[in-house]
Design a protein around this ligand. Structure first.
Ligand code: SF4
Length: 273
């Protein structure tokens, strides 16, 4: 197991490194996407997010670009050992023409060139992430992650995530929309982050869903972070303060070899988000 950096931290990362903004809604977790409901709070212009199935019909890009040079200048001011989230107002594995492999290659190069930081990638398009890394190495300081909001996403995305050749895999169980604990193994995962939906339209969240994931994380020696309950439900947030907010220690890499199939290996696994 990775060594754990303990302490009462306010956020999983110290910086959001954004190269693009805009996205397409692709699954249940996207319904109340925070960059759609309040884009200005995230430093981006109003950008109506299309549904994944209706977008890009005309082949136009549906994302905007930040100035990479200025983003990198900001990044380089961070102290060594900082954790950085990459593209939290988009999805790094959007299909072309929104985001191309050429862009991803350039960005991953920036990350690999900065071993003093740890970078979190997160996607709901896990199939595209698997396809991308099939012919590329995951840099040692990059943590590949998938959002898993419900059982459908779990069954689709977790086996895909486990197939990526790196010990640095994490899961974003946020917004958690139902109990996904039954039969779950987190072996092969280094970090599990859990939380309910935020915003005025938040959907129900139960603290026992988080508790069950916490127990599985304990059993499988997975670092656990509880982000909070949902929306205005302060009681859920407070009750959640009993859970840890731990990060894997930045310089700690787990030796792999524990990669296991979660479900019946005969079951068909699709690609995409
Ligand atoms: S993948 Fe993430 S950023 Fe994109 S629409 Fe869904 S929730 Fe929003």
């Amino acid at each position: 197991m990775a060594r754990v950096s303990k302490g009462n931290k306010s956020s999983t990362v110290q910086f959001n490194l954004n190269f693009v903004y805009g996205c397409q809604k692709v699954s249940e977790g996207c319904v109340n996407c925070y960059i759609d409901r309040d884009p200005f709070a995230h430093g981006i212009e109003r950008f109506k997010l299309p549904d994944a199935f209706s977008a890009n019909k005309n082949g136009q890009r549906n994302v905007g670009d930040f100035n990479e040079e200025s983003r990198l200048k900001e990044l380089d001011k961070l102290p060594n050992g900082s954790w950085v989230f990459v593209n939290n107002v988009s999805d790094t594995f959007l299909s072309p023409p929104a985001i191309t492999d050429e862009m991803r290659d350039r960005w991953l190069g920036y990350l690999a060139d900065r071993p003093q930081y740890q970078f979190k990638l997160c996607t709901k398009r896990t199939g595209q992430m698997v396809a991308y890394f099939r012919t590329r190495k995951v840099p040692n300081n990059v943590w590949v992650g998938s959002t898993i909001e419900n059982r459908k996403a779990l069954e689709l995305r977790l086996p895909l995530l486990l197939s990526i050749d790196t010990p640095n895999r994490w899961i974003n169980f946020e917004p958690l929309l139902e109990d996904v604990s039954e039969g779950l193994s987190l072996k092969g995962i280094s970090w599990a982050c859990v939380g309910g939906e935020t915003g005025s339209k938040y959907r129900p969240f139960r603290i026992d869903w988080a508790y069950k994931l916490y127990m599985i994380a304990q059993r499988d020696h997975v670092t656990f972070w509880f982000e909070g309950g949902n929306g205005k439900n302060e009681s859920n947030r407070q009750r959640g303060s009993a859970f840890p907010r731990d990060r894997p220690e930045a310089d700690s890499k787990r030796s792999d070899g524990e990669q296991t199939a979660l479900f019946d290996s005969n079951k068909a696994v699709g690609t995409g988000a």
